[in-house]
Design a protein around this ligand. Structure first.
Ligand code: ADP
Ligand code: MG
Length: 602
């Protein structure tokens, strides 16, 4: 008989094809494709067909007699973040700016006036605002004329990339911030400060809350409110802060609310603002979690309601029937738009990111199996549980024996299973690879998940010349072909096929690599141990001898080492699965499904 084992995961669908004859199994082909739709629903069929076709191509001229699919654990994972301190600054406009070539240097304070408009007084200093249509020679000429006439010009805000060109034509140095795209949004007639730092330096005054307070004469209350503005300008080469007289500076705080974990130890509530550790601690204090809720009328309440509503909708159940079985929280930073900003400025605010695991009593698995059968014309059987299949597959890794545990490091969940003399135990815990990607996206303010995913997966390097790449670990690689000139001095993501430049300004290679490693550590070191503790004999991880890491995140170039470091303390041998001695760790479930159906491997 020729059988196909199909593992439908949250992110990927894996197919393994094997021939079973006289109690022997020989594997013929393996392939994977992205999962289509929510795992366990009929939407998965498209992804299954794609992966199946690929595996079949590898297996050669064969006819599949039987398909085995895993009984997917009824869990849906979802990520949501909760802002715990949001500052809303009203009435103070700001341009945090980082053009490559601002003009002049130093700080200038004055009232904003449009170039060409009259200067109302000789007593006051002015910041000239130059529109897009004004050529730089004309702008310089008019500013020079005003200076010569005795008007105190303290700085300029320019739309085009003309800062240096204008500065070079003036008899006196003034700071000029350029490339201000939405120049029309700069309020006129308001008090403003323009600062330009020297080469290889960052602004000093506008990045300091007391600096801004000094310029505008702010009260302690107002100083507190403008702090996010100052923070945003840290590291910028130039900046503008405009203090608008209409409207006051207000500090608004959104109530993050509290999380209540309902379980065997009763109800435990904890304010989200206490941070991730406190939230995780509340979950860990429960032997068994029945459900998790957020306080009504707060961010936390809305967050869990949304998770449940989505899970209910996708599985065709009543919202009340959906329970949250686990959450994992991490402290992180996220870019929060500043109200009162004029060019989409944001401040990095503390955020608690929560990954939720939803338990539903029912998944339309039968319907999925039937639809697959209809589309492929091959009988489909729902075979073993995901965890036991993963274990069976992982056990084909050379060099392991019981007591053994697997860690399935996926996209949405970190699952663990342990086999010893007393049997098999398994657990699904929230928080895995997708959470790492989200953290990278948020902390680097990329707003580009695909880029965050690439940063997660590959090492970084810098082009030292057009032929020399220096990696983040300081190793050097010489390239036969020169790189495109625009890669020079940029941070590059080094994938197998190509170099991808990171274009976002103000991100150094060191910063990116630090954020990346910290995100992995925060998510996986804690979660792997937590999952293992739940399945270990008598809850004691020291009683586990071998840990096999499988799943997509086990392919990560840093995660297995990081987990290994954590487990070394407990005297555990841990490593990536080597399925059947030759397939990547991801193939474990698909291989296990076939092995479960009978027959030793060949
Ligand atoms: P699931 O079983 O839920 O489908 P997978 O086992 O396919 O999950 O794992 C998906 C996760 O693995 C995603 O978070 C993805 O980013 C991550 N992943 C896949 N390949 C790699 C890789 N080469 N390096 C790091 N992470 C990876
Ligand atoms: Mg999986």
């Amino acid at each position: 008989m020729i059988a196909a084992g199909i593992d439908i995961g949250n992110s990927t669908t894996e197919v393994m094809i094997a021939k079973q004859e006289n109690g022997k199994t020989s594997f013929l082909g393996y392939a994977s494709a992205p999962t289509t739709g929510l795992k366990g629903t009929t939407d998965n069929v498209a992804g299954v067909l794609e992966a199946l076709a690929l595996a079949q191509k590898e297996a050669g001229e064969i006819t599949i007699d039987q398909i085995f699919i895993n009984e997917t654990a009824p869990v849906v994972s979802r990520l949501s973040s909760d802002i715990i301190s949001q500052t809303i600054v009203v009435g103070s406009a700001m341009i945090g700016h980082n053009p490559d070539t601002p003009g002049g240097y130093g700080i200038g304070t004055g009232r904003t006036v449009r170039l060409g408009d009259p200067y109302p007084s000789k007593e006051e200093a002015y910041i000239v605002v130059v529109d897009r249509q004004v050529p730089f020679e004309e702008a310089a000429r008019q500013i020079q004329t005003a200076m010569d006439g005795g008007t105190d010009i303290a700085g300029a805000i320019v739309c085009r990339d003309d800062g240096v060109l204008i500065a070079n034509r003036l008899s006196r140095n003034i700071p000029i911030v350029d490339e201000v795209e939405q120049i029309e949004k700069v309020p006129i007639g308001e008090l403003a400060a323009v600062e330009v730092a020297g080469n290889a330096m960052a602004v000093q005054i506008l990045s300091n809350p007391y600096g801004i307070a000094g310029i505008f004469g702010l009260t302690p209350e107002q100083t507190k409110a403008i702090t996010p503005i100052a923070r945003t300008l840290i590291g910028a080469r130039s900046g503008v802060v405009i203090y608008s007289s209409s409207g006051e500076v207000k500090l608004g705080k959104v109530d993050a609310g509290s999380v209540t974990v309902i379980g065997s130890a009763g109800e435990i509530s904890v304010p989200v603002a206490d941070g991730a550790d406190a939230v995780n601690e509340a979950v860990n204090r429960q032997q068994t979690v029945f459900d998790i809720r957020g306080q009504q009328g707060t961010n936390a309440g809305a967050m869990f309601d949304e998770v449940k509503r989505m899970a209910a909708q996708r599985t065709g159940q009543e919202t009340e029937a959906v329970k949250i079985s686990d959450i994992a929280a991490v402290d992180t930073f996220a870019p929060i738009k500043i109200t009162g900003g004029i060019a989409g400025e944001y401040a990095m605010e503390n955020v608690v990111l929560i990954s939720s695991m939803v338990k539903t009593s029912y998944f339309p698995m039968r319907a999925l199996a039937e639809k697959m059968q209809e589309k492929t014309g091959i009988p489909v059987q729902i075979a073993g549980k995901e965890a036991s299949s993963a274990l069976l597959g992982a056990l084909t890794t050379p060099g392991v024996s019981v007591p053994v545990a697997i860690l399935d490091l996926g996209g949405g969940s970190t699952d663990a299973a342990c086999l010893d003399d007393s049997g098999l135990r398994y657990v699904h815990t929230a928080g895995a690879g997708d959470m790492v990607t989200t953290m990278i996206d948020l902390e680097l303010a990329l707003e580009d998940r695909d880029l965050a995913e690439l940063i997660k997966r590959y090492p970084l390097a810098k082009a030292e010349s057009l032929h020399i790449l220096r990696f983040e670990d300081q190793t050097v690689k010489f390239l036969e072909q020169p790189m495109p000139p625009e890669f020079f001095a940029r941070t590059l993501i080094v994938t197998e096929e190509k170099l991808i430049p990171i274009r976002k300004k103000g991100l150094t290679m060191e910063k990116i690599s630090l954020v990346r490693r910290e995100a992995k550590r925060k998510v996986f070191a804690a979660n792997a141990l937590r999952a293992l503790q739940k399945v270990a004999p008598e809850g004691n991880v020291r009683r586990i001898d071998f840990v096999i890491m499988v799943g997509g995140s086990a392919l990560d170039f840093e995660v297995p080492d990081l987990i290994n470091e954590t487990l070394a303390k407990y005297n555990i041998v841990a490593g990536r699965g080597n399925i059947l001695g030759k397939y990547a760790a991801r193939a474990a479930v698909a291989a296990g499904l076939i092995l479960a159906a009978g027959g030793d491997m060949d």
